[in-house]
Design a protein around this ligand. Structure first.
Ligand code: ADP
Length: 498
């Protein structure tokens, strides 16, 4: 039984800015450079998943507010922002990056208090956004039109132009990182932006609005609309004057957004779920493979789209790996996410806790056996034990459906072909990891698995310069890399008679 190390009263934020931020009674929408209430006057509560207490009230945007945000974004696009030189607008972006760096500890604490991710992880995610901004600010100078010259009678060239008004709809698991990952290339390319954070985790998006204001962006370039999926989110997806929407979240909602985008053929990119295979061959270095596999399904309590939730283990080392895995996962500290010694914080919400614990019954009913965990942690907060299922077949629901909790299915395989076959037997294709010291095998498996990111002898590694996204139902398009920047632009061909 895992011991819960949450102190009776949850830790207090160490950053004075956080306390000050949370003292404001109602947080407003950021539209056209002003902080405004929702047109309906409605607000909704925000909950700290560690204490289950309401920590803020936030304006609830609906269609009317999204309309106002799009109008402000359109005016800014047609106005000052559209006329700015690239160097000026990227300078503003870099100023925003510097402000994020200056306030990184505060933003990370706000994120942790709002979504329960351990502070060490929140710090690393928030810190990485400064580099993301720098990368896309740099891309704006690198990517431009071309002058193919195939006919002496014409001057022919291309212009690479911004698309117009772009929107980002982001989930609750890594809110600040996803927001910046969409906003930075959009703005660098000259678009204006409407951001809708998840209803569970709007706080760091609001803080971002404050930093955008402080950086001195013209009014309307960035607009923040807090609200629900049905309401603010669906109004964005259906909006006839939004030119592009980039979404991170569940497959079901992704499909709905794609369907709604048909109204004006919005450009759409979708970064959706996963059920990523983590494959350990018998020649792997288990002293690294096993702890990394544990991190693979427990980081942020498993609420990560690339989590390695199907652990394929070569049959000969099955017992050894299971034993080491349960021992290591069982030693993790569950506790207050503001404590930097904490490995597992709470899940984000009661709804998520019910969903994850529901799968414990599903696994048992299908004949899988719990080797570790398998229960919620008693007491306050949405905590759940790291859970290892063994005797799992790849066709069981716990191995097919994305659980989004710290739950792994350990599944045996015989040889390389079997590992690739089972690894690919899923609707998803976001990421995969392979552990082996056989060079040829590592590359063959990397080719064989249909997923957007493959890690060899590591997990979770990322780089803004490398594309990120999914095969199959894990998504549409890729984020990161220069193509991500290009996806926020339109290509225009110009033919001039000479
Ligand atoms: P999760 O299952 O991780 O909560 P969702 O896909 O439900 O992920 O939510 C991700 C984001 O999508 C959130 O900002 C949410 O408000 C938004 N959303 C949910 N439903 C819709 C919808 N029908 N249209 C647009 N956005 C939506």
């Amino acid at each position: 039984m895992t011991e819960l190390i949450v102190p009776p009263a949850a830790l207090q934020p160490s950053q004075p800015g956080v306390t000050k931020f949370l003292a404001d009674s109602v947080r407003k929408l950021y539209i056209g450079g002003r902080w405004v209430e929702a047109a309906s006057g409605k607000t909704f509560p925000v909950i700290n998943p560690t204490t289950e207490q309401v920590i803020a009230h936030v304006a609830e945007a609906d269609k009317a507010d999204v309309d106002a945000a799009v109008q402000a974004a359109r005016s800014a696009f047609e106005g000052p922002w559209g006329r700015m030189r690239v160097v000026e607008r990227t300078e503003l972006l870099r100023r925003l990056g510097a402000l994020i760096a200056e306030n990184a500890d505060e933003i990370a604490e706000l994120e942790t208090i709002n979504n329960g991710s351990p502070i060490s992880i929140a710090r690393s995610f928030v810190g990485s956004t400064v580099g993301t901004i720098d990368y896309f600010a740099g891309s704006a100078r690198l990517i431009h039109g071309e002058t193919p010259s195939n006919d002496p009678n014409y001057l022919t060239y291309t212009l690479r132009e911004p698309i117009g008004v772009c929107a980002g709809i982001v989930p609750w698991n890594v809110p600040f990182l996803f927001a910046i990952g969409k906003l930075a290339p959009a703005l660098a390319a000259g678009n204006t932006f409407v951001l809708k954070p998840a209803e569970q985790t709007p706080l760091t998006a609001i803080r971002l609005g404050e930093l955008v204001e402080e950086a001195g962006f013209p009014a309307g370039v960035v607009n923040i609309v807090t609200g629900f999926g049905l309401g603010a989110g669906s109004s964005i997806a259906e909006h006839p004057d939004i030119d592009k929407v980039s979404f991170t979240g569940s497959v079901d909602v992704g499909k709905r957004i794609l369907a709604a985008s048909a109204v004006n053929l919005k450009r759409v990119t979708l970064e959706l779920g996963g059920k990523s295979p983590n494959i350990i061959f018998k020649d792997a270095d288990l002293s690294v493979a096993v702890p990394t596999a544990v991190a693979g399904f427990t980081m942020s309590s498993g609420q990560i789209c690339v989590a390695g939730t199907r652990l394929f283990v070569q049959r000969e080392i099955m017992d050894e790996v299971t034993e080491k895995l349960t021992e290591f996962a069982g030693s993790l500290r569950i506790g207050d996410p503001l404590d930097s010694a904490t490995d597992l914080g709470p899940l984000v919400s009661q709804e998520q806790l019910d969903r994850v614990t529901g799968y414990f019954g599903v696994g048992a009913a299908d004949g899988a056996r719990v080797a570790l965990g398998g229960a919620a942690v008693e007491g306050t907060g949405y905590f759940v034990e790291p859970t290892v299922f063994v005797d799992v077949r790849n066709d069981m629901r716990i191995a097919r459906e994305e659980i989004f909790g710290p739950v792994v299915s350990v599944i045996p395989f015989t040889d390389e072909d079997d590992a690739v076959l089972q690894g690919n037997d899923t609707l998803y294709g976001l990421a995969a990891s392979v552990w082996t010291n056989d060079l040829g095998r590592a590359h063959r498996v990397a080719r064989g698995i249909k997923a957007g990111s493959i890690w060899v002898n590591n997990y979770f590694t990322g780089d803004t310069a490398l594309p990120f996204g999914g095969y199959k139902e894990s998504g549409l398009g890729r984020e990161n890399g220069l193509d991500w920047y290009k996806s926020f632009t339109e290509d225009k061909s110009v033919y001039v008679t000479l």
